[in-house]
Design a protein around this ligand. Structure first.
Ligand SMILES: [Zn+2]
Length: 194
């Protein structure tokens, strides 16, 4: 058997050992909320948002994007399992947002020189990539990420099957500090109907 399988089985045996009263948990999340976030291994929603088993729904996909499938699960989460507040949390240095626009932000961070087209798609080809204003370019990438959170909160908010009374909050998780940073424009877009 693989080393990983052995490790997982051993870890689970230890976990089940201390399982205790968790066997009595009900399926509806006790704290009535949901988090949609990225599958990135650096993110641990239970830790960064203070969850224990039974507290909340956590949906994860590449990018923490509000795909049709994610929205379908969010609707089930509310309609059948009673969640009443939703968070959409994307993060810095996300490798999953692979549209040309996202790649562009990364390219810009490395260099202002023109990218070259190769068999593997666009690549930075400059030999002197010491960009002088990396900070400004990082900000650009951050703006792009904020827009992605705003777009996704707006998409969920406008979905015809989503209860208009559910507040949807938009955040960015900073992988360098572990902090959640609110995207105010996203939370405003996700405000519930009065
Ligand atoms: Zn990610």
């Amino acid at each position: 058997m693989s080393k990983i399988v052995d490790e997982v089985v051993a870890a689970n045996a230890a976990y089940a050992e201390g399982f205790g009263a968790k066997g009595d948990l009900a399926a509806p999340p006790a704290r009535g909320f949901l988090i949609l976030t990225c599958m990135d291994a650096r993110l641990d929603p239970a830790k960064f948002a203070g969850l224990v088993e039974g507290d909340a729904h956590v949906l994860r996909n590449g990018g923490g994007r509000a795909t049709d499938d994610a929205i379908r699960s969010m609707i089930i989460s509310h309609k059948l399992l009673g969640t009443r507040e939703w968070f959409i949390i994307q993060h810095t240095e996300c490798g999953m947002q692979t549209s040309e626009g996202k790649r562009l932000a990364v390219f810009l961070e490395e260099s202002s020189e023109r990218a070259g087209k190769t068999n593997a798609g666009f690549q930075n080809v400059c030999v002197d990539c010491d960009a002088t204003d990396r900070h400004a370019k990082k900000e650009l990438a951050f703006d792009d990420l904020k827009k992605s959170v705003v777009d996704d909160v707006t998409r969920v908010r406008n979905h015809p099957l989503v209860n208009p009374e559910i507040p949807i909050y938009g955040y960015i998780y900073d992988v360098k500090t572990g902090k959640l940073i609110e995207v105010e424009e996203a939370t405003a877009a996700g405000r519930p109907a009065a």
